[in-house]
Design a protein around this ligand. Structure first.
Ligand code: ADP
Ligand code: MG
Length: 316
C-alpha cells in the first residue's frame, strides 16, 4: 500500500546554513533556493506539504545580537527568539518557494505559520537543561549571568562556560488544526520552525513560554501525526542512515522496518544531537500510525519516496 500523499518535510540545518561557508543573509537565501529542488518535485507529483526547518545557527545569531545590545535594547526570552527565527526563516523559505513555483507555472499558495508546541510541565525533560546555546563565557561572566539573568551555566568542552537549556518533548502543536485545514486545501505550509516555540498550560489554563528549545525532528513528527500525514521526510546532509557510521564496516540502510530500527537504536548506532533525534522522531511517527519515514539528502526528497535513493523506514 503506498502512503497517503501528505508529507511533512523537515529541512536540516545545511538547507540554509552550510558548514565552512561565510554566513551572510545573501548566502542563506542562495542556499534556501538551492534546497528546493526535491520539495518542488514532490509538489509537481501532487503531494500536499508542510515544510519544517531547523534554526540552530540563526537562533545562535539572535542570542549574540541580544548579547551585544544588552543595556541598550530590551532582553528577549528564548521563546521570542525562536518565534523571530520562525518568522524570518519562514519568510526566506516562503518567498524562495513562491518564486520557484511561479517560474515553473505551478499555482499553489505558500504560507508560514508561527507554531507553538505544547510540552508537559510535569515531564522532567521540560526542566532538565541538556542543550548548549549561545556564546562561550569565562567562569566569572558565567556566574554573573547565572545571577543577573537566572541562566543555568555549564562548561562545554575546554572552550569555556555556556548557557544550557532544556529540550522538552512536545506533544501537540497549538496551530495543528489550522495547518491541517490549509494543507488539505493544497496550501504549502511552513511550520514548526526550530522545532516550534516550547510552551505549557499554566494553572489558570493559559499558554506560557518556556526558556527551552525543541528538537526540530521531534516537532516535525508531532505535526506529521496531527495532520494525518502519510510521510515524514527528513532531509539532511547524508544520503542514507548507516550502521557503524564513519567506521570501516559502515553499512548503509535502504529499507528497514520499525522493529529493526528500534533494535539498531538500542545498539547505539545513532548519536544524540545528530541522527538520534531523527530516528526517535521516526519511531514515534510510525508508532502513532505514520506510513513512511524517509531520511536522505536534500536532492533526493522525491526519489526516496520511489525507493530510488536514501533510507526508508516502514511499519512492521
Ligand atoms: P540536521 O541539521 O539535518 O538535523 P545533523 O547534523 O543534526 O543534521 O544530523 C545529520 C548528521 O548525522 C550527518 O551529517 C552525520 O554526520 C550524522 N550521523 C550520525 N550518526 C549517523 C548514522 N548512523 N548514519 C548517518 N549519519 C549519521
Ligand atoms: Mg539536527
Amino acid at each position: 500500500m503506498s502512503p497517503n500523499k501528505t508529507a511533512v518535510v523537515a529541512l536540516g540545518g545545511n538547507a540554509i546554513t552550510r558548514a565552512g561557508e561565510e554566513d551572510t543573509i545573501y548566502r542563506q537565501f542562495a542556499n534556501t533556493r538551492r534546497s528546493l529542488d526535491g520539495i518542488v518535485e514532490l509538489v509537481r507529483e501532487g503531494y500536499n506539504l508542510v515544510v519544517t526547518h531547523g534554526n540552530g545557527p540563526q537562533v545562535g545569531n539572535a542570542l549574540l545580537r541580544c548579547e551585544l545590545s544588552r543595556g541598550k535594547a530590551p532582553e528577549l526570552p528564548l521563546g521570542v527568539l525562536v518565534a523571530d527565527t520562525e518568522g524570518g526563516m519562514g519568510y526566506m523559505i516562503e518567498q524562495s518557494l513562491q518564486n520557484r513555483l511561479r517560474a515553473e507555472n505551478i499555482n499553489r499558495p505558500v504560507v508560514t505559520i508561527i507554531t507553538q508546541m505544547l510540552c508537559d510541565e510535569k515531564d522532567p525533560a521540560t526542566h532538565n537543561p541538556t542543550i548548549f546555546i549561545g556564546q562561550f563565557y569565562s567562569e566569572e561572566q558565567a556566574k554573573q549571568y547565572a545571577e543577573s539573568l537566572g541562566w543555568q551555566m555549564k562548561t562545554d568542552s575546554k572552550r569555556g562556560w555556556r548557557r544550557v537549556v532544556p529540550s522538552p518533548v512536545p506533544y501537540k502543536a497549538v496551530e495543528s488544526e489550522t495547518i491541517k485545514m490549509l494543507v488539505e486545501n493544497g496550501t504549502i505550509v511552513i511550520a514548526g520552525g526550530g522545532g516550534g516555540i516550547p510552551i505549557y498550560i499554566d494553572e489558570n489554563g493559559n499558554y506560557e513560554g518556556i526558556d527551552a528549545v525543541i528538537d526540530k525532528d521531534l516537532g516535525s513528527a508531532v505535526i506529521a501525526r496531527e495532520i494525518g500525514a502519510g510521510i515524514l521526510s527528513i532531509l539532511t546532509d547524508v544520503e542514507r542512515v548507516a550502521l557503524n557510521y564513519g567506521k570501516p564496516d559502515q553499512e548503509e540502510l535502504d529499507k528497514v522496518t520499525l522493529s529493526e530500527i528500534r533494535e539498531y537504536h538500542h545498539q547505539g548506532h545513532f548519536p544524540a544531537g545528530s541522527m538520534g533525534p531523527k530516528i526517535e522522531a521516526a519511531i514515534k511517527f510510525l508508532e502513532d500510525g505514520g506510513q513512511l519515514v524517509t531520511i536522505t539528502s536534500l536532492d533526493n526528497a522525491y526519489r526516496v519516496v520511489r525507493g530510488e535513493a536514501g533510507t526508508r523506514i516502514v511499519p512492521d
